[in-house]
Design a protein around this ligand. Sequence first.
Ligand SMILES: Cc1cc2nc3c(=O)[nH]c(=O)nc-3n(C[C@H](O)[C@H](O)[C@H](O)COP(=O)(O)OP(=O)(O)OC[C@H]3O[C@@H](n4cnc5c(N)ncnc54)[C@H](O)[C@@H]3O)c2cc1C
Length: 477
Amino acid sequence: MAITFSFPCSNRSFITSSSSRRRFKFNLQSSSQLSPTTTLPLQTTSLPKTGVIVIGAGLAGLAAAIHLNSHNIPFLLLEASDAVGGRVRTDSVDGFLLDRGFQIFITAYPEAQKLLNYQSLDLQKFYSGARIFYNDEFHTVADPIRHFWDSARSLVNPVGSVVDKLLIGATRVQVLTKSDEEILSAEESTTIDLLQQIGFSDSIIGRFFRPFFGGIFFDRELETTSRLFNFIFKCLALGDNTLPAKGISAIPEQLASRLPSSSILFNSKVTSIDLVESESLTVTLQNGEVMTSELGVILAVEEPEAVKLLAGKGGTVQKTPVRSTACLYFKAGRDQIPVQDPVLFLNGSGKGIVNNMFFATNVAPSYGPPDKALVSVSLIGSYEGVPDKDLAARVVEELSGWFGEKTVRAWEHLRTYRVGFAQPNQRPPTNLWKSPKVGPGLYICGDYVISATFDGALVSGRRAAEALLKDKALARA
Ligand SMILES: Cc1cc2nc3c(=O)[nH]c(=O)nc-3n(C[C@H](O)[C@H](O)[C@H](O)COP(=O)(O)OP(=O)(O)OC[C@H]3O[C@@H](n4cnc5c(N)ncnc54)[C@H](O)[C@@H]3O)c2cc1C
């Protein structure tokens, strides 16, 4: 028999027994203020009475939950950690906002445009281009549409030939003529093969594309699929690179604010998903608690965790190596940094461990106290085994060669984030439009089933919810 539980707030103190099997009953209601326990009349007599369990409150899980919520389908979102966001989190440390790894929000992401309120994110823009450290000097690469004169001046710099810069323009036109669906399902190669096939010189590939797209994919070899390269290239052409004023976590927080607070349970790690009684799925939590959902389960966890939970269920095969990164933060006086402009610096020298860096407070002053600057430095690979102190010392030494020893030695190391699983490996062959259904009532979503971007995660969450609703014939016409 079904038992109805009451979740007074977003913690999991409601779970009292560690071994019982419970069926969580969700009553359907017509209001958007959905709660797993509110009793209201059913919309149709054929609707099942139990709701959906969504596992993982990253962007994919939140998008799935928003879609279910918008169709008045009751759901419960189980999150292993203490907050929403997954890989998109921000910590507040000594008055600084530290994103857990360098992340950029591109305003042209199509699904994000539908789901997010950009105005309240108070997006702070980067300069549209980059400054490249090469041959002991900085060289600017600029977007010709937004910074025409910078771009014209950069035509003759040694980052690439004039032909290379014209080819960038031609590539831009080419991607803009295609739909996202066409791009994500087009014939594919590795990004490096595509760049060589377009005719880019080794100079611009090594000095610009490797650090720039290598930094986006955490893959300096540029083995990532050309589909992802073209998708990101198109979004970069159409939108701005930004940071929300309150940190990157403002994005998932805004999504979560659209859900009933009682629908998200934190510190609720799922350890297994099992099929019982034909189409009923049970979800077991780390503490032994078992929940049942007759409508279905949407698994929205990161790829390595999905591989574990789906073992033997024909779920997903993980490509290796996965993409990892380390991000080091330093603080400095606002007068102790060499530039005040919101520009991304790239390492085009082919030497050293720094891939890219920027002065976060130049982009978003809210990332630090008024008189302080926040320096963010990104490496590709997580450098496990190298102590934080040694890693920070190597970075300081390297950047001293960029900005001068006196300047960089004055910076104080704040924190290092190492992200072992930053992104799935998306080298060809890829299927960026995988079916979300993996079994009866069981659906997957996340950046590993689509493009490994914020936008991909959001789309995949929606698609998983749509597939579930369609299978259960719950979607409104
Ligand atoms: C450092 C870094 C920089 C990035 N930069 C960019 C960028 O600039 N632009 C861009 O578009 N993308 C970027 N990405 C990629 C982007 O962040 C991801 O593609 C996206 O956030 C993935 O969302 P997701 O919901 O698929 O997975 P996740 O964010 O990993 O969410 C999965 C959630 O599931 C939870 N979970 C896991 N296991 C369990 C379990 N057993 N039970 C319950 N809950 C569980 C996790 O705690 C987590 O909250 C970056 C990623 C990183 C790490």
